[in-house]
Design a protein around this ligand. Sequence first.
Ligand code: PLP
Length: 381
Amino acid sequence: MSTDRIREFLARADPPTPCLVVDVDVVRARCRELSGAFEGVALYYAVKANPEPAVVRALVEAGSRFDVASPAEIELCLACGARPESLSYGNTIKKPADIAGAYAAGVRDYVFDAEEDLENLARHAPGSSVSVRLLVDGPASVTPFGRKFGCEPELALVLLKRAADLGLDAAGVAFHVGSQQLDPLAWDAGIAAAAKIAAEVPVRRLNLGGGLGTTYRESAPDVAEYAAAISGSLRRHFPAGVPELLMEPGRALVATAGLLRTEVVLTARKSTVDPLRWVYLDVGRYNGLAETENEAIAYRLEPVGEHTGETGPVILAGPTCDGDDVLYQRTPYRLPLSLRGGDRLDILDAGAYTASYSSVAFNGIPPLRTYCLGTGVDDDG
Ligand SMILES: *Cc1c(COP(=O)(O)O)cnc(C)c1O
């Protein structure tokens, strides 16, 4: 995707760093691209990836639906013009009051994975449609969920029957293969498990979750490869007909739409003999780059301006007084030897899971500022 408009904005407005600039027209284009590749699949944008109102509004206009995880995300989507029928409460971890609030706001679709939550849903969201989340392995996910979400298929079956007994609409099954899932075949296990459940109880709806990858330094499969693998699995496991399909892309809709500009605070060496340079940026783990934890996401970096000379290896770190605020020490990065404090770097494809993960005031550093550009958006966000 072209970042010309973003760079032009940065050159003209010269906002303080660090900042994230999002082109909502790229979000719209990605929504069209995904809708085209996954024909007949309803897209529910996972709001947590980037909850900027301009992003949500653009996706409302593009016809997207929304996967929400909290009362605040519901409020945000409704304020941005989404209809309550277009929201799915996908977080399986919710308080009774959260359910009651969602129900009062008109939300009628929920995902659950525990009996206690199911009972709360029956009490506070009577008659709603509910899908049970399956526990699936996502070995090729860069940021796997572990066993936190979902339940084993045997329990899922019991819970779907119980949902119907409680007067809820037992709609079907959901699963999530883990974010930044680089193996398009990873969906197969979840689809197979859903088909087994469908042999026992009606499964009208199948929610394929998120997980579509973005190309950072490591390249991800393109949307067409994911779509081909997933539709192959669906045909194989549901030969008599596929249920109504949902997907909840977060990263895949917004990552490439954002560029994060940061300034070098300081460069340093640790000894008189060690040539390795540390480069400290004004953005780190706590104000936007949370996904560098375990160096899971290795962003592409570009120095801004004239740095045509030699490059050398660097360790990249954030600005805070926290020893864990180191971005990359194992992943090899090289930057120009001419780089000094005050120079700027662009972090590419940073539209997902950056601003939304930013802390409020660690070391007094404010949350990552976001500017949105594009059709129908005020230039200064
Ligand atoms: C975070 C999340 C998503 C989005 O995942 P991506 O990997 O960003 O596509 C989708 N569904 C649920 C339930 C989530 O928690």
